[in-house]
Design a binder for this molecule. Sequence first.
Ligand code: GDP
Length: 422
Amino acid sequence: NLRNLGNGHGRESALQLFVQAKKRINDIFKDIGDYVTEVDTFVKGVVAKGKGGEEEIISPQNAEVVEGFKAKIDGIREVLSRDHMKVVFFGRTSNGKSTVINAMLREKILPSGIGHTTNCFIQVEGSDNEEASLLTEDSNQPKNIQSVKQLASALSSAKLKENALIRILWPKSKCRLLREDIIFLDSPGIDVSPDLDSWIDKHCLDADVFVLVANAESTLMQTEKNFFHKVSARLSKPNIFVLQNRWDVSEMEEDIDKVKQQHIDYNTQFLADQLQVVDRREAKDRVFFVSAREALVSRLHNDTGIPTPDRVLMPGFQARIFEFANFENKFEVCISKSAVKTKFEQHTDRGKSITCELRAAMEQVYTTSNELQEKQHQVQQERAHELDFLVKQLDLLTREVKEKIKVMVEDVERKVASALND
Ligand code: GDP
């Protein structure tokens, strides 16, 4: 059943690369942390024992350095627990950004459609709670949300600046992508006089993938292109996908193959020649012709087991749904690889340097204690020599004394005998 395609069931997800790597690096840092604690306890014991003595195996300063590693490891573990893969969606108002996100999440989380223009950044992230909630920047008190309607009214009633951020904490249990540590960021339409620099500084520097949701009925806008020029000036080779959305509508047009080829040529030129973020061959895997609306509708029906009514899907929908799933596959491979590299490479380097420094400190303790042992051994040997000499002297002395006593006794005996004779 083609309507089931791309439902994410029954295949090993490429996102597991990130999930497993995160688990592994976390375990490694736990081991390093345990080791540092052990070393710290040992070092403190050595320092306490050596206090007042003239010979010092480890200096208090070095002991402090070891203690400092504990805080560093705790810091890295804290950052690690917050590490995730982040995808940001851009495009003109009504191109279908919210619909794409909802289709990927397989749930109508973000309000979409006329009257629900996203006028600030909305982030959807996984939560271990079973209840959905909303967090605004001015408070760290999550507010419960029961429905999309409620969320939509909360969003429209709040007076928000265009670069403000609202976080939706959605139960991980309801969505695989959130469970697998992706966070989704929807942006205000790029056509609403944006301050692109502050958008990039505030929301994009830690993004692993950017998805431009374009309207296949027109060509890319200059503001859309400008935004990515600015992004690629700040981030080296950002990962960009282009979704030519509303393809269900476009595909009804005449000469559609020609239009499609024009989009491909134009997008390839933009990604490969102008931005130079991919080569021309790779660019083909970055442009997709989809209908987010059809993908969402068919998935919602599929998940509830109700057949999708034919009238809501346009002719040829199978290929577009397939293309949407194809986009997701490529996207998942790209985001997990990129996030493992950008997020964990730094931690790995710091972990390596901490273990090297720790090893050097321990080696120094080992060398110093060896030197001390050697010194003590020498002292002992010297003492042994002295004792040996003393014993020999005593021996000599004893023999001399014995001889003398013998002579004296004999002399006395002789004298006594002669006295008796007399
Ligand atoms: P956003 O402002 O970019 O977040 O756009 P929305 O996701 O709110 O979509 C705007 C309107 O376009 C909604 O009524 C959607 O149902 C509709 N829409 C989104 N994607 C498609 C699509 O692929 N085809 C069609 N025909 N309509 C779409």
